[in-house]
Design a protein around this ligand. Structure first.
Ligand SMILES: Cc1cc2nc3c(=O)[nH]c(=O)nc-3n(C[C@H](O)[C@H](O)[C@H](O)COP(=O)(O)OP(=O)(O)OC[C@H]3O[C@@H](n4cnc5c(N)ncnc54)[C@H](O)[C@@H]3O)c2cc1C
Length: 224
């Protein structure tokens, strides 16, 4: 195997990459099964996020919330928003009297790819407005609270932060159509080469990735 830091021999090589990124990394002779996965599964979730430093209007609220909206947001298409509040006494996260708040929702990665810079920036502003609106549904006092930090993130942010193709950080849509096309199993049909991560069954989340990687490694070690 040839890498950026030299060549080495290995019995098994496991790529912890999406099929888009793996297809770009491997030698051309090995890319075909990955390119097939790209054609079979062109859709993946990206994320829209909002990072806030905000006046503490949360009282004794629990740290984790999921806000379910009546209709999808225009900016992301998301209708369910994850919210995490920093602990009230966490001075590393926020100064006295303020809280750090992180928010995220899924968004279809491909919808962001055709946007011009101007269209992207406009939509990014809408991400911030709509996620703030979602937060205010759960905590109305947020509307008028002082907000010294308001940082939205889009699939472009995630592409530059993680290096993942198009900011695909949310796995494949877990729909019947995805399953019917055959959710990637990690096997590539190339002896000794496999793939793990959140675009391999069962998909997104740290526990799901760990479980998926166990399945892949078990099969590599005992391919019967
Ligand atoms: C906003 C957001 C919130 C989330 N919240 C949660 C949550 O609360 N709970 C939860 O369980 N999951 C959550 N997730 C999902 C979870 O983060 C992912 O499903 C999981 O991290 C994916 O793991 P992975 O191994 O596929 O990819 P990654 O975590 O991206 O790991 C891939 C690793 O490979 C490295 N790498 C890439 N290319 C190379 C290369 N060429 N050479 C060497 N190394 C390389 C990268 O640096 C990285 O360390 C969240 C995701 C997002 C985006």
């Amino acid at each position: 195997m040839q890498t950026g830091t030299g060549a080495f021999e290995a019995q098994h090589v496991v790529l912890n990459l999406t099929h888009w990124d793996a297809a770009k990394l491997v030698a051309p002779g090995l890319a075909r099964p990955l390119e097939r996965e790209v054609r079979r599964h062109p859709d993946a979730w990206a994320a829209c996020t909002l990072y806030l430093g905000v006046e503490d209007v949360f009282g004794d609220a629990a740290p984790y919330h999921q806000v379910l909206l009546d209709a999808p947001m225009r900016s992301s298409g998301g209708q369910a928003v994850f919210v995490t509040l920093s602990r009230r006494d966490d001075r590393l996260a926020a100064p006295e009297g303020q809280r750090a708040v992180t928010m995220s929702c899924h968004t279809p990665a491909r919808e962001w790819e055709a946007l011009s810079d101007a269209e992207h920036d406009e939509r990014k502003g809408l991400v911030a407005d709509e996620l703030l609106g979602a937060l205010a549904r759960a905590f109305p006092a947020v509307r008028t609270a002082h907000k010294p930090v308001v940082m939205p993130g889009t699939p472009r942010t995630w592409a530059s932060f993680t290096g993942r193709h198009g900011g695909r950080v949310g796995g494949l849509p877990f729909r019947f159509s995805t399953l019917a096309r055959g959710y990637p199993s990690g096997a590539l049909g190339v002896p000794g080469l496999a793939r793990v991560g959140d675009t391999v069954f069962p998909g997104q989340s740290v526990p799901a990735c760990a479980w998926g990687a166990r399945r892949v490694v078990t099969r590599l070690l005992d391919p019967r």
